[in-house]
Design a protein around this ligand. Structure first.
Ligand code: FSX
Ligand code: SF4
Ligand code: F3S
Length: 390
């Protein structure tokens, strides 16, 4: 780019970020008035759990960068974290293994993301709440009524449509998953699908799919934000909610409904084994010399080139590791239908599926989902604000 043009471009980006910041400040002032009072003093909880001010500042920098925002947004990320416990959440469970909830809650030692999730204002969560039967159903109805238009509906699990939805019934009145999802989702400010099951159908939707399980979007026809992964990364969930608190809008999504800030790049683009791929150094057999040296797992069936997610960047288990670092290739768990199309193949995908083959591998993922862009576009405040009545 010529020098004049590049400074013009920089000016344009600066102006866009300044506008975004103004929007953020106005919105955060508004929600401070609108949302229920915080249940806990987040900074006090951090201190109590042994997270220092310095660690928190480090976390805000990392989260700001992960959200693809410039450093000027760091104080806003911190403010949104302090307001996290004010956002009412109703968390529904349908057909799944509960691994998504487990992955979020079972942490060996507390980090800021886990503590955020612990302080979250869960008005209803079937796995965690003490209530059951009629009392649980009343709690759900009350939460939907009290926070109508303001709560986030989080859905874990696919929804079976077979036998008129009766493969999955819930509560003392035996309502089907479809009925419960419809009743709750229509009163929510936004519907977040947590995990690949609610996002795309998941393991129960794999062939032959005897219960006709499908994604939430297909089952009840609402737009969803899909935090894909089996299980997904807690950072992608907390980051999306922080974005919502900061801008009053859901982040920009890709063509599968996944936030671009978290799912805009391929596993292959963040992978520490990538230099070995580029040098054609492949593991050819489990336990061979290449495996011992940490070479590329493509020939052992790694689906990193076809899979969009930030696992290599944010990692799991408090940032300790992620599948490829642990020595197994990616099985494509953030992609739709991965149980049928990717996970079973412990070898490169046949050409007929994604036009695979080593020579074209760099273009495969891009052809597959057509994802591009980042930067300001990942926040596009214009993207699907779903406040009721707006
Ligand atoms: Fe699905 Fe979540 Fe996989 Fe399990 O509940 S995304 S089967 S990790 O737990 O929905
Ligand atoms: Fe990493 Fe898999 Fe790509 Fe190899 S093929 S560089 S292991 S993502
Ligand atoms: Fe899933 Fe692949 Fe990440 S298997 S957890 S998308 S590395």
């Amino acid at each position: 780019m010529a020098k004049g043009k590049s400074s013009e471009y920089k000016k344009m980006i600066d102006t866009q970020y300044r506008d975004l910041m103004k929007h953020c400040q106005v919105h955060m002032e508004k929600i401070e008035k609108d949302l229920p009072e915080p249940r806990e003093d987040f900074l006090a909880v951090l201190k109590e759990r042994g997270v220092s001010r310095r660690d928190f500042i480090k976390w805000t920098s990392a989260m700001t960068a992960a959200l693809m925002l410039p450093p000027m947004f760091r104080p806003m990320v911190a403010k949104a974290a302090e307001n996290f416990s004010r956002l009412p959440i109703i968390w529904l469970h349908f057909a799944e293994c509960t691994g998504c909830s487990e992955a979020f809650l079972r942490s060996s030692y507390p980090n800021v993301d886990n503590i955020l999730l612990e302080t979250i204002s869960l008005e209803y969560h079937e796995t965690l709440m003490a209530a059951s039967g009629y009392q649980a159903e009343q709690n759900l109805e009350k939460a939907v009524k009290d926070f109508s238009g303001k709560f986030i509906c989080v859905i874990e699990g696919g929804i079976p449509r077979g036998l008129h939805g009766k493969y999955l019934t819930l509560g003392p009145k035996g309502k089907t998953g479809i009925e419960v999802a419809k009743e709750v989702a229509k009163k929510a400010a936004a519907v977040l699908c947590i995990g690949t099951c609610s996002s795309f159908g998941g393991v129960q939707a794999a062939s032959p799919n005897p219960t006709d399980a499908v994604s939430v979007k297909k089952a009840i026809g609402v737009s969803t934000v899909n935090i894909a992964g089996c299980p997904p990364n807690a950072v992608n969930f907390t980051g999306t909610l922080l974005h919502y608190l900061m801008f009053g809008a859901l982040p920009a999504l890709d063509n599968l409904g996944r936030p671009i800030w978290a799912y805009g790049k391929r596993i292959h683009d963040y992978c520490e084994r990538r230099p070995h791929f580029d040098a054609s150094e492949f593991v050819e057999e489990w336990g061979d010399q290449g495996a011992l040296k940490g070479w590329c797992l493509y020939k052992m069936g790694c689906k990193g080139p076809y899979t969009y997610a930030n696992c290599g960047k944010v990692r799991f288990n408090d940032g300790i590791s992620w599948p490829i670092m642990a020595g197994h290739g990616c099985i494509g768990c953030t992609e739709a239908d991965f149980w049928d199309t990717m996970a079973p193949y412990e070898k490169p995908l046949p050409d007929k599926i994604y036009g695979g083959g080593e020579k074209t591998v760099d273009n495969i993922g891009i052809a597959l989902t057509g994802v591009a862009v980042a930067g300001v576009a990942a926040h596009a405040v214009a993207s699907g604000i779903r406040h009721k009545g707006e």
